[in-house]
Design a protein around this ligand. Sequence first.
Ligand code: PMP
Ligand code: GLN
Length: 385
Amino acid sequence: MNPYLVERLAPFGTTIFAEMSALAVATGAINLGQGFPDTDGPDVVKQAAIAAINAGHNQYPPGIGVPELRHAVAAHQQRFYDLAYDPDTEVLVTAGATEAIAASLLALCGPGDEVVTFEPYYDSYAACIAMAGAQRRVVTLQAPAYTFDADALRAAITPRTKLLLLNSPHNPTGKVFTRAELTLIAELAREHDLVVVTDEVYEHLAFDGEHVPIATLPGMRERTVTISSGGKTFSFTGWKVGWLCARPELTAAVKTVKQFLTYVNAGPFQEAIAVGLGLDDAYFSQLASELRDKRDRLCLGLEQAGFAVTRPHGTYFVTADIAPFGETDGLAFCRALPGRCGVVAVPSVVFYDDTAAGAALVRFACCKRNEVLDDACTRLKALAR
Ligand code: PMP
Ligand code: GLN
């Protein structure tokens, strides 16, 4: 317990990603924990950043983001989803999706409000709900298929519910919410007059089935804040260029908070991500097909090593059950894994309130070079011996 940290943030300590990446560095283990690619994204995007820096575009960009990027985001939503957004009033550039999530929650909910989300949930959701002073109510995605009980979702919504916080494709499970599931969620949002904040950073990494932005469903564009970022789509996670799209009143509310968090960030990188968003369709489909192959490679290797694997439909991640090894404590398993076989993974239990539901689940990242995935799978085979 840190005596200086305010009580509402006491449960949050250090993120599991920081802990496990530090463990990988300290032990020299292969890091399949934190989700970042081990190769750079497209050279034309990289060169655009270098050109912007060399052109002297190195001072504060406008608070809402450089016009090139806002226009590129609007054009991207139109091209892929047939959604029209005004780049001047309905698009806001943020410091990664992380800031878009934080600013949305701080702007749109407060003490006395409840936020409904699914577990396992990306770790920043719980921390940001706590920072806002609101309460989270979670609905469990049931392993191994990660479906949810519609009645449980209905029961989680109360008169205090202010917003629904979604993530599809979903970290850590790799679930891609189906159109039928999203239709049900949308009906509830309309019935209870809720705002939906949806984190779609893996929008271009849906391998099987389609990614359906909930904003495309009837009546949803006006009540939805759609969040994404350039990190996953262009394999530049360190640049931290994110954005959100929403109707003007929602965008303005989030902007009020955002301007006091970072004000602005990543000026020249914003210009580069604008170039990326304009790449042709082949770039986006090739990215998905490369990651699909990596998913298959890692799933096969994990199965051969003895894990029970749920094949994810999207994202960077594969979730595996350690029960076949006669083990049930994923946290202890992950802390010991570098010593046992030189690999780092993330224990899924940290993404659950219902710790029993996630105890034996472990998340591996597949966004690594094939030889790295193969090396990791060979090492993991030592577990069965
Ligand atoms: N949401 C999800 C579901 C994520 O996995 C991540 C991590 N990349 C983020 C948000 C944060 O994105 P960014 O790096 O753009 O802040
Ligand atoms: N989104 C990345 C993951 O889930 C981690 C980003 C972070 O460390 N905050 O692995």
